[in-house]
Write a protein that binds this ligand. Sequence first.
Ligand SMILES: NC(=O)c1ccc[n+]([C@@H]2O[C@H](COP(=O)([O-])OP(=O)(O)OC[C@H]3O[C@@H](n4cnc5c(N)ncnc54)[C@H](O)[C@@H]3O)[C@@H](O)[C@H]2O)c1
Length: 560
Amino acid sequence: MTEYSLSPTGEKFQLPEQEDYTKEFKRLQDLVNSQRTLGREIVVVMGLGFVGAVMAAVVADAEDGKGSATKFVIGMQRPSPRSYWKTPLLNRGISPVSSEDPEVLLIINRCVNGKKTLIATYTHDALKLADVVVVDVQCDYLKESLGNVCDGRADMDALEESLEIIAQNISPQTLVLIETTVAPGTTEQIAYPIIKKMFRKRGIESDPLLAHSFERVMPGRNYVSSIRDFWRVCSGVNEEATRRVVKFLREVINTEKYPLTVLDKPIESETAKIVENSFRATILAFLDEWSLFAEQNGVDLIKVINAIKVRPTHSNIIFPGPGIGGYCLPKDGGLGLWAYRHIHGFEDNIFKITPLAIDINDTRSLHVAQLTRDALRNMSRPIASAEILVLGASYREDVGDTRYSGSELIVRRLTEMGAELRVHDPYVSHWWEFEKQDEYPASSHGLNRFFRGQEKLKDLRVEQDLEKALHGIDALILAVRHKHYLNLDPDEVVKNAGGPIAVIDCFGILDDKKIKRYFELGCEVKGLGRGHVKRIKDQVRDEKEKMLINIPLGVEISKI
Ligand SMILES: NC(=O)c1ccc[n+]([C@@H]2O[C@H](COP(=O)([O-])OP(=O)(O)OC[C@H]3O[C@@H](n4cnc5c(N)ncnc54)[C@H](O)[C@@H]3O)[C@@H](O)[C@H]2O)c1
């Protein structure tokens, strides 16, 4: 049966068939032969996801001091129905990831169509031609309960499978650079033996050239530069691997301005990544309890944070929003806990803060459902059957990545409570966590498992027309700080909704003037960490009462 892969814009691509593979490899061989005559190194980037697609372009854009391209990059993406479309799109010079950073489109188009240093393929045979393989496939952490990261495990399937394929195909002199975030110990204790064993089977005596260097990419407005112009940490399994990884990174990353840190062993580089993200998860989780304190005691946490931030030692204090999503922060600490037991064999429980932080972050957005319920109650409207619009599906502002976003849990909990949900997001055309909730992000591991009444959410579609989405709603949840939502005019919102609504601000999006205006228009406002809204509500009520007292006798109220 012919299989197809559908791009986010709805374009249909037929998956390659057996006879296509021979032709494709011939195409790659011809290209590589001519690229070698130009003195370019052949780099295969495995996995064209959020990291791999842009890393591939950064490598393909690398030049020597004379402005000549030094690398020819083959982006290799497995041809699954879910992901194959990335390959033909990239070959046209179109980015498979959407971003607010205009440089993503430019660099990919420049390297594919201009410099001709970047192509994409679906065949693993590409690995046979590589001088360097950069591994950017996923390594997941699967949680079995909601809010208990300790009840879970690392899902190494994609990574282990990729390493097997690499070991079967590469030449002994190929440098394998793992960029995937892995459980500390993986490079030496899982990847190295896989490759070494396969090398032995293939009669190769030499040691694999294996290294680790983690990505710090931020897929937002500075997507490209967060890969190219940023500090890197790396380490190799042996001297030669270390020498090669340092050489490679110096050639492709701006290490002159952002010097490399070379650590003694890959486990140190792997641990650096996990500690870095656990630290960030922890400082975000820390503010959850102060956010509740603020709501209950008339404090605006946004102003408190801004007051603290001016102190240079505290400048990275950060408001947590409705849960901390993204692919990395919810899972990376879990990879650390898992490694301690399942790679290194310890039985004791040394981790307290890291799992607690992840658990707090994973459940913070449930509170948004409570705020929505309470705001509607104050307007004498039941949550059941209420029409609720969530603005923003992605995990952070100005990106189209919905993985583990706070909005997902908000939609799930409110649906469970009987509300009817709509969603708008200018960066997201399909919210696969709902449309394909039985298989995405991992088969039988969707968050739908933890809620009842989720079946109908398969039909949830992301609305692109904001005016239309607002029509007839009872409540509006400002969930993500997309630039499109920062300056919404309360009068316009209420007019489009058709009357007063409940407004829930999850990210400090509303200033006091706007909050006041919503109250004046008869709306109810609540917000994460925004206890001061009650004061503004009282002020508006007092002003209205004062106005009524000052009306001269005999004047009709409707004429005021
Ligand atoms: N997304 C981020 O912001 C970010 C930031 C820093 C680090 N990381 C880390 O980088 C790694 C990759 O993350 P991502 O967000 O790009 O993931 P992703 O899921 O978007 O991309 C992984 C890609 O690898 C492909 N793949 C899997 N097995 C393959 C194989 N055998 N051959 C070819 N392709 C294969 C998948 O189909 C997918 O397209 C993860 O370890 C992640 O934790 C991600």
